[in-house]
Design a protein around this ligand. Structure first.
Ligand code: MLT
Length: 205
């Protein structure tokens, strides 16, 4: 029920009584997804929590994404930076419009990458993040202060895109910034599994 666009096409689902006290989830879809995709995942992870779900503004052969890439796994870093700031400003506007607390991001693939960019470039925006199959989207010029920010990385041992080495590189960057990082590994590829969802639900509490 978005009242206004706030700069991004999006869906907003208000809190239900059973979700009282839960932080809002900022749901960030993968390449080719949209603002509807992750609403069921958000409800499964945090029943009754407010859900804020924007649609990425970049189109790649008609498929929405959150930033431009030059090839699979090769990112347009200037676009990553600009889009991360644009998304951060949307989150602030949405918090104001819907009276929301600081959100926890839940992102998959390209959505996990823009969530990681938010953490690294605008560390004040997120209360925490669940990153399913993330890569390193950008190496910030200065180390952000992520002390007190909890991050769960849902990684897969056989992911050819978000490889184990890339996972460890991101973990290192976030830990050096002071984030409290947990990595849960599954024996799977790039696609999300039921085990990932169960792990994230447990982590969110
Ligand atoms: C990205 O482009 O963000 C990653 O390669 C994952 C993907 O969206 O396929």
């Amino acid at each position: 029920m978005p009242l206004v666009n706030l700069g991004f096409e999006h869906r907003f689902v208000p809190a239900r009584p059973d979700g009282a006290g839960r932080p809002p989830l900022l749901l960030l879809h993968g390449t080719g997804g949209d603002e509807n995709d992750l609403l069921p995942l958000g409800e499964a992870l945090a029943p009754g929590a407010p859900l804020l779900s924007p649609r990425g503004k970049v189109l790649e052969n008609g498929m929405p994404r959150f930033f431009r890439r030059l090839a699979e796994g090769v990112f347009d870093v200037r676009d990553v930076e600009a889009r991360a700031h644009e998304l951060a400003d949307f989150v602030l506007a949405a918090r104001d419009a819907y009276s929301l607390a600081q959100p926890v991001a839940v992102g998959f693939s390209n959505g996990a990458n823009i969530a990681a960019a938010l953490l690294l470039l605008r560390p004040e925006i997120l209360a925490g993040a669940v990153l399913f199959r993330p890569m390193v989207p950008v190496e910030p010029a200065t180390t952000p202060n992520l002390r007190g920010t909890k991050v769960l990385i849902g990684a897969a041992r056989h992911d050819p895109i978000a490889t184990p080495a890339e996972t460890e590189r991101l973990r290192g960057l976030l830990e050096r910034a002071g984030a409290d990082v947990r990595v849960d590994w599954v024996n799977a590829g790039h696609g999300l599994t039921g085990i990932d969802v169960a792990n994230a639900k447990r982590w969110l509490g």
